[in-house]
Design a binder for this molecule. Structure first.
Ligand SMILES: [Zn+2]
Length: 480
């Protein structure tokens, strides 16, 4: 499937290049250029397929309301999710991804169960396994009738979430802190394509695709805990019955992350106006002011490369050192006291948060691009080596093509980041960075595809060739 897809893309790219009127005439209403633009002209002239402004989110995007209640023992969460959704294609069902039920769920102790589904148009709900653990990786809400494109429906799901305690994952509990992300059924809609029903894979990595949604989050937690989460957070309610309720709003979130613990928080505002909240636990591996300073600096450095930070807020929760970090919209779980990891996760706010992708089908569109951005703003980190470009195997495969975590990281992160660095070197920083900005602005708040990369680099054939060669799948270098 992936090999065929890339073959089509290469053909499309060749078509774009041979026509070489840029992709403006294929993707926008801009008048076609009067002459074939050179890379230099492309750099100078935003008309060469580059939108004048960053794309706005779909005005008909879903509305998602998430109401979580963390139990007194802090090891489970119950909640209700309400979704108002108007598909852009006719549908007969709504599909939600149950990310916590991945193949490792039983070993870690994670579990997400849908207790009840309600809605005027709802017939019934069912699970589908798709390679996940019990009770399944997808929850399918069957509708009584077809829902035509453009019509909206409202569905509410009650759910129960168990937080595992054996390893770093998207949800968990460790000592005094509980955290969960993708902790509610995730609306698995890819606009223009349909439901993302991809299988779960054994390799640790994201496999979801979800649209941005107007999102409101409410969290009831024991009163001694501070809640950090996606979105602009309001002051908590006064304690009542031993609990406080925290709310936040984020108008363009694909997903939500929440952490609750005895966090000490620091607040800062970046020069660009992003409100940064960082939280560290007592005896944490970093001082709060250090984490705050790192975060503000990472945003400023990446804004210089990629344009304005996508969100009004960014919240970073420093978890126990379980290794690594995970990005969520306007929220980062930092589980390693590492500045390099933090820069990588901040870069994901552009590549994944704003420029979405199918993390199953095209994991390189967030991981290779975040790795590249990290390497550019933090060249001393050494996390991406251009030598990786010589590794055999494709950067651009789907998650199920990578047979081990090592292979996935080496090819998607290292070789992918290296390919972008090599492409940048081939055409120069100015032209390359301008094309990246065009890509970011053109695909903002959507789910991007490799075709969008092809379009962005159509006027820089030397860079495009390097990316195509690295990402291409052919049988000879398919992963073993
Ligand atoms: Zn990453």
């Amino acid at each position: 499937m992936t090999a065929r897809r890339w073959t089509v893309l290469v053909a499309a790219g060749a078509l774009v290049l041979s026509g070489c009127t840029s992709f403006a005439d294929t993707v926008s209403t801009s008048p076609p250029p009067t002459a074939e633009p050179t890379p230099k002209q492309a750099e100078d002239d935003d008309g060469a397929g580059c939108p004048a402004e960053r794309a706005e989110p779909d005005p008909d995007r879903p509305e998602v309301s998430l109401d979580f209640r963390l139990a007194d023992d802090r090891r489970s969460v119950t909640g209700t999710e309400t979704v108002i959704f108007a598909p852009d294609l006719d549908v007969r069902e709504l599909v939600f991804r149950l990310v916590p039920n991945g193949p490792d769920a039983a070993a870690i102790g994670n579990r997400l169960v849908v207790d009840e589904v309600r809605g005027d148009d709802v017939a019934r709900g069912r699970y589908e396994a798709v390679g996940a653990g019990d009770p399944g990786g997808l929850y399918v809400v069957e509708l009584a009738d077809e829902l035509p494109a453009g019509e909206s429906t409202e569905v509410s799901l009650d759910f129960s979430l168990t937080l595992g305690s054996r390893g770093f994952d998207r949800l968990g509990v460790d000592g005094p802190v509980s955290w969960w992300a993708s902790g509610a059924p995730l609306l698995a809609w890819e606009p223009g394509v349909g439901w993302a029903e991809d299988p779960f894979v054994a390799v640790s990595g994201e496999t979801a695709a979800s649209p941005v949604a107007d999102t409101v989050v409410t969290v009831s937690a024991p009163q001694d805990l501070t809640v950090l989460m996606t979105g602009a957070r309001a002051e908590p309610s006064p304690p009542s019955g031993g609990r406080r309720t925290w709310t936040s709003e984020e108008p363009v979130a694909r997903d939500v992350g929440v952490a609750a613990g005895p966090f000490a928080t620091s607040e800062a505002t970046t020069p660009g106006g992003t409100r940064v909240t960082t939280g560290v636990l007592p005896g944490g591996d970093l001082a709060g002011d250090v984490l705050s300073t790192w975060t503000v600096a990472a945003i400023a450095d990446l804004e210089a490369l990629l344009g304005p930070f996508p969100y009004d807020t960014l919240t970073v929760a420093l978890l126990p050192d379980l290794g690594g970090g995970i990005e969520y919209p306007s929220m980062i779980f930092e589980a390693s006291p590492s500045r390099e990891v933090l820069v990588h996760e901040v870069a994901h706010q552009w590549f994944y948060g704003m420029v979405g992708n199918s993390q199953f089908r095209d994991p390189w569109l967030d991981e290779a691009f975040a790795s590249w951005a990290e390497a550019v703003v933090d060249p001393g980190s050494g996390l991406v080596s251009e030598v990786a470009l010589t590794l055999p195997g494709p950067v651009g495969a789907a998650m199920d093509a990578y047979e081990s975590p090592g292979e996935y990281f080496r090819l998607v992160y290292d070789k992918g980041g290296a390919a972008l660095l090599a492409a940048q070197r081939a055409v120069g920083d100015a032209a390359f960075d301008a094309a990246i900005r065009c890509y970011v602005d053109a695909t903002a708040w959507s789910i991007a595809t490799p075709t969008d990369v092809q379009r962005a680099f159509a006027d820089l054939p030397a860079a495009l060739q390097i990316l195509q060669d690295a990402a291409a799948l052919d049988e000879d270098d398919a992963p073993r």
